[in-house]
Design a protein around this ligand. Structure first.
Ligand SMILES: Nc1ncnc2c1ncn2[C@@H]1O[C@H](COP(=O)(O)OP(=O)(O)OP(=O)(O)O)[C@@H](O)[C@H]1O
Length: 374
């Protein structure tokens, strides 16, 4: 088993029946956003950490203590120091808010008055003191989620697991809870499942992307969303993403990839980033706003509509779908077997008379295409 040094929470575990094999470490005080498509293994990861699932390979350890391993070691969920906050607040309906929050200290053996005093402190921590006497049925979604956070914190866990904490909230309630979590998570060890890049930016030091039961990539939030190495992360960051191999040849500049279906893609390698070596896998990433569309030339022997000048890429494609997005129209295209998107103004889209099935030329300047190793 590979050792992952320096982790407070170390998951190096798998569940064969689910096709999941994960290796990741979370430092003490670090918040990690867990992102990935449906079925990627996010819930399985939480289940392994929280003690809802037993690994059949490897182990899960927290602060050097084995929580579970494939040889049968097993610490039950309530003795792990791991609190799982589900999408729905799941409060005890028959208890008051204060009693809900006092539950964990009571279960840990605190006398009643002490547990209630602690609950009051945790409610203050989440700005929900005034809700102490209410029943869960008398709370809004945002208030109930606050109370659920206080209840999770009252157990004084060493790790907090948050499963899409804003998913069950209406949009109006989310910003206040986001601010609260930002404060609460600042110095806590936590994993947060989210589909929102904004939440990854605001709450997490690092992002781990899961795909098909594996860690596809991980890195500091801004860096990962800026220079994604997986299609999923590129999608989150709203970027076009094309995989290829660094073109070979003595005269080839480093920012050139050979891509199936698109030929040679020219781009630039960012400062401080190692260019992929000839023949090595690389990715080209570019913003939809940096893709221009032109009509396909009718006359043979040239692309008269496409301006020449600085180095640029031009690919033949077909419009698949037009998606209005505020002041822009997102044009989804297929080109050489790749799905690419361009953001145009509505006026430009109308002028080109774009409709699904229309043939177009997609143009991206080399200066706007970033190339780096995969
Ligand atoms: N109860 C289950 N029994 C068997 N296989 C399961 C079960 N739950 C999930 N799986 C499988 O395990 C794999 C990982 O699923 P998991 O639920 O961990 O993904 P996820 O990233 O949480 O997905 P989602 O975003 O849809 O919640 C998938 O292949 C899934 O089909």
């Amino acid at each position: 088993m590979t050792a992952l040094p320096g982790g407070h929470l170390v998951v190096d575990a798998g569940l064969a029946a689910r096709g999941v094999r994960l290796a990741l470490a979370v430092g003490e005080g670090e918040t990690v956003a867990v992102m990935g498509p449906n079925g990627a293994g996010k819930s399985t990861l939480f289940g392994l950490c929280a003690g809802l699932l037993r690994p059949d390979t490897g182990s899960v350890t927290l602060a050097g203590r084995v929580l579970a391993d494939a040889r049968g070691a097993w610490i039950p969920p309530h003795r792990r120091g791991v609190a799982l906050l589900a999408q729905e607040p799941l409060l005890f309906p028959h208890l008051s808010v204060l009693e809900n929050v006092a539950f964990a200290p009571r279960a840990a053996g605190a006398p009643r008055a002490e547990a209630r005093a602690a609950a009051g402190r945790w409610l203050r921590e989440v700005d929900a003191e005034e809700l102490a006497g209410r029943r869960p049925a008398e709370l809004s979604g945002g208030q109930a989620q606050r109370v659920a956070i206080a209840r999770a914190l009252a157990a004084e866990p060493r790790v907090l697991l948050l499963d899409e904490p804003f998913a069950a909230l209406d949009v109006a309630a989310a910003p206040a809870l986001r601010r609260l979590l930002r404060r609460v998570l600042a110095d806590r060890t936590a994993l947060v499942v989210t589909h929102e890049p904004l939440d990854a930016h605001l709450l997490a030091d690092r992002v781990v992307v899961l795909e098909s039961g594996r860690v596809a990539e991980s890195g500091p939030t801004a860096e990962l969303l800026d220079r994604p190495r997986s299609r999923f992360a590129a999608g989150l960051a709203g970027l076009n993403f094309v995989e290829g191999r660094a073109a070979s040849g003595r005269t080839t500049p480093p920012g050139r990839l050979s891509v199936d279906g698109l030929g040679e893609v020219s781009g630039t390698v960012p400062d401080g980033v190692e260019p992929p070596r000839p023949g090595e896998a690389g990715v080209a990433v570019f913003r939809p706003a940096d893709v221009a569309l032109y009509p396909v030339p009718t006359a043979p022997g040239g692309e008269p509509g496409v301006p020449h000048g600085s180095p640029r890429n031009a690919w033949r494609g077909v419009v698949r779908e037009l998606e209005p997005r505020g002041a822009q129209v997102r044009v989804h295209c297929g080109a050489g077997g790749h799905a690419l998107v361009a953001d145009l103004t509505p006026a430009a889209a109308a002028e080109l008379d774009l409709a699904p099935g229309a043939a177009v030329v997609l143009v991206a300047k080399a200066a706007a295409v970033t190339v780096y190793g995969a």
